[in-house]
Design a protein around this ligand. Structure first.
Ligand SMILES: [Zn+2]
Length: 275
């Protein structure tokens, strides 16, 4: 209780310090000039090649790790592509059911359990459809896979063949309504097969996916999977890597060029990527 007896000036000092920290964080996140003091990301973004020119009839597929990434990374490009007459499709690999803070707010509980987290997954899946529709993508051009939010890295490494159980939902198989393969086990193998079916159906001329430098493990993992699958098809050149997170940010000029490298991490089967 000694803490409560601090003099008023000490509390003011603490509040002032916290305010300065919050403002500094906000500036660091939002101002490229500040970021330039710590790294040259702004210069690297400026040096990126121009965004691809979209054409009528072109088939574009957005690989989105979570609901919202398609809009954050590529909303402007999607709108431009549709205006140009391209056909845009989007696939969400997860339903975003690992975001406990959001579930706490939505469900008004400090400790959201499996049912609340699954409910949020269903909600986010529906919200993703609405966001896509607002961008001009019809529901028939959207695919929800429904693999575990926060679990893609495990699926790609320790759980490529062994079923993974999601910490936040307790699920070990796809449960999201409207998913492409309901009941598919949470394994890397099932995820790659599901995504492969999307590629076979859409036959994209251009695939937009997160960058391998992205700081979010789900984003990085999807980048590796995209590289593996497109390399296996001899189509790595159709892949463009960008994203919504700092390290892999595409910037206004469009995503970074695809990297035709073997993306298989140590300990994972590399046969597909090496082909
Ligand atoms: Zn994301």
């Amino acid at each position: 209780m000694r803490l409560l007896k601090r003099p008023r000036s000490a509390w003011h000092g603490l509040v002032a310090l916290l305010t300065v920290v919050v403002l500094a964080l906000a500036a660091w996140i939002n101002l490229p000039q500040i970021g330039r003091l710590f790294n040259n990301s702004a210069d690297r973004i400026a040096a990126l090649p121009p965004a691809p020119v979209f054409t009528r009839g072109q088939r574009i597929l957005i690989l989105s790790p979570h609901p919202d990434d398609e809009t954050l990374c590529c909303g402007g490009m999607i709108a431009g592509a549709i205006v140009a007459g391209a056909q845009v499709s989007v696939v969400w690999v997860t339903a975003g059911d690992g975001f406990e803070f959001a579930a706490s707010l939505a469900e008004r509980t400090l400790d959201p359990g499996d049912p609340q987290m699954r409910a949020m997954g269903q909600t986010r899946a529906q919200e993703a459809l609405k966001a896509a529709a607002a961008l001009g993508i019809p529901a028939s051009h959207t695919v929800m896979l429904g693999y575990p939010d926060g679990g893609l890295s495990a699926l790609f490494t320790t759980n490529y063949t062994e079923t993974y159980t999601a910490r936040t939902t307790g699920a070990s198989a796809v449960y999201v309504r409207g998913a492409q393969t309901p009941g598919a086990p949470f394994t890397g193998q099932a995820l790659e097969a599901d995504l492969g079916r999307v590629l076979d159906r859409v036959k994209p001329d251009l695939v937009l996916a997160p960058a391998p430098q992205d700081f979010h493990p789900d984003h990085r993992t999807l980048s590796h999977i995209a590289l593996r699958l497109m390399s296996a098809r001899g189509q790595a050149g159709r892949l463009r890597l960008g994203g919504s997170r700092r390290a892999g940010m595409a910037g206004p000029q469009g995503p970074a060029p695809g990297i035709a490298a073997d993306p298989a991490p140590a300990g994972r089967p590399a046969a597909v990527a090496a082909r």
